[in-house]
Structure formats: C-alpha cells, structure tokens
Design a protein around this ligand. Structure first.
Ligand code: NAD
Length: 261
C-alpha cells in the first residue's frame, strides 16, 4: 500500500474513470473524498462499499463543479475530515456534440466551467495545504482531445486544450514544493460519457450506432480497442508514487496510439 495516511479528492468520482481512480487509491490505503452527481442512495452504496472493501474512510461531497464556493468547500471537507488533502484529481467532465454554429451557448459555458474552470477552483483551494506540508499530487483528467481535435466537439476540445495548459502552468509554479501536476490523456474509454454521446454523433454525422462505435470512435484508436477505466486508474496511482516524483507538467497519453498519427 503506497498511499496510507494520504487523502485524495477525486471530482466526478460517482461514475466511470473517477470512480475507478477512487477505488484504486482506496486500495492503496488513501482516504477518499468522493464527488459527483447521481442518485443519493447509489452514491451512499458506493461510498460505504469503498470503506468496507478497502478498510479506509470515504466521505461524499455533493459539490457542483459549476460553483466555485462548493468546489472550495469540497476541499475543506477533505481537510476537516482527514486533516489534509494530499492528492487532487480534477476529473469531472461532460461532453456535447454539435456543429459549432448550432452549439447551444449554455452548453459551451457548462463544458468550459465543468471541464476546465472547476480544476482551477479546486487547485487554488488545495495548493496552500500541499505547499505547507511539502507534498502533493495533482492529476487532471484531460483527453486525447487536449492534443488533437475532432469535429463537432468545439467546447470539449477547447476545454481539454485549456486543462493541458493549466497543468503545465501550475506544475511550474509549485515545482519546488514537492508537488507534481500532470494530466492523463485517455483516448476512448468505455464509460457512460462515451455511451451518451453516441446518439448525438449518430445525428450529427447521419450514422448508425455500430458505425459510430467502429468508424468514428475506434477508428481513431489504432489498437481498435477501448481503454479501460482500470488502466487509467493504474496510471493515476503510479503518478502518486515516489517513482513519479520527477514527473511534472507532463501530458500522458493512454490512447491506443491515437495521437501518434
Ligand atoms: P462519466 O460520465 O462516467 O463520469 C463523469 C463524472 O463527472 C460523473 O461522476 C458525474 O457525476 C460528474 N459530473 C458531471 N457534471 C458534474 C458537475 N456539474 N458537478 C460535479 N460532478 C459532475 O464520464 P467519464 O468518461 O468517466 O469521464 C471522466 C473524465 O474523463 C472527464 O473529464 C472526461 O472528459 C474524461 N475523458 C473521458 C474519456 C472517455 O472516453 N470516457 C476519454 C478522455 C477523457
């Protein structure tokens, strides 16, 4: 166990990649602040399950990533509950697929707020404690779309390119404080986020579901396979280890070769 006595806040951890990261950190002994939207009873089941399965403590923060004050309170909840926030994973994210001229303005604003600005708010709340203790790990879930674009995803691609820049900037600012800041850039990972964009992509491109999966999604990925949530979580655990203490400001691809093209 490499993360005993550490506390990790993982945004958007009620589902998909974030949940896999929370479980992987708990397996390594970290106390967990879960966050995300969803059914209250389901979330409580997840929270309690992490405690019993891994013998750690887990609390849930209902912070909405659209709200700066709630994001700050999420970090404070971790500090109040466990004494520190040592690891911050900015992972919450949403997607919307539409030609740019029809892109709903409120969807653009939401995607920039949740996928990019929320990371800024969480980072600025967590960094002072990390600096005071001389140790911290900040991991941002970016995307292959932080490096390359796809049509009809203007807000998402803009936000993900933004988080790659934020990662590098903060990495430089905190480099002498024992804090590393990196982003993980997965290709297509089979999660509810990917499943949900299939109908819109079908509409935007006039394709069937099978065509979207094989000709649009997996077309991008040379391995022709989805990345798994557990593979992403393993990289996050590695980034928290001593072996990774000299990795900072990196944008780490896990995309089956997509961005090598
Ligand atoms: P998901 O839909 O399974 O999970 C998203 C999480 O974010 C959920 O817990 C959800 O409740 C939370 N969330 C959404 N809006 C929120 C809000 N306003 N406040 C608080 N929480 C909110 O999706 P996922 O695929 O696990 O995505 C996680 C991250 O990984 C996202 O940043 C996404 O862009 C990124 N990513 C996903 C893929 C993929 O193929 N699935 C690829 C690259 C990057």
């Amino acid at each position: 166990m490499t993360l005993t006595s550490k506390t990790a806040v993982i945004t958007g951890s009620t589902s998909g990649i974030g949940l896999a990261i929370a479980r992987a950190f708990a397996k390594e002994g970290a106390n967990i602040v879960l966050n995300g939207l969803g059914d209250e009873a389901e979330i409580e089941k997840t929270r309690a399950g992490i405690e019993t399965e891994f013998g750690v403590k887990a609390v849930y923060s209902p912070a909405n990533m659209l709200k700066a004050d709630e994001i700050e309170e999420m970090v404070r909840l971790g500090e109040r509950s466990f004494g520190s926030v040592d690891i911050l994973v900015n992972n919450a994210g949403i997607q919307f697929v539409s030609p740019v001229e029809d892109f709903p303005v409120e969807k653009w604003d939401q995607i920039i707020a949740i996928n990019l600005t929320s990371a800024f708010h969480a980072i600025r709340a967590a960094v002072p404690g990390m600096k005071a203790r001389g140790w911290g790990r900040i991991i941002n879930t970016a995307s292959a779309h932080s490096l390359v674009a796809s049509p009809f995803k203007s807000a998402y691609v803009a936000a993900k390119h933004g988080i790659a820049g934020l990662t590098k900037t903060v990495a430089l600012e905190v480099a002498t404080h024992g804090i590393t800041v990196n982003c993980i850039s997965p290709g297509y990972v089979w999660t509810p986020l990917v499943e949900r964009q299939i109908p819109d992509t079908m509409k935007a491109r006039g394709l069937t579901k099978e065509q979207v999966i094989n000709d649009v999604l997996l077309e991008a990925q040379p391995t022709k396979q989805f990345v798994t949530v557990d593979q992403v979580a393993s990289l996050a655990v590695f980034l928290c280890s001593d072996a990774a203490s000299q990795m900072s400001g990196a944008n780490l691809s896990m995309d089956g070769g997509w961005t090598a093209k």
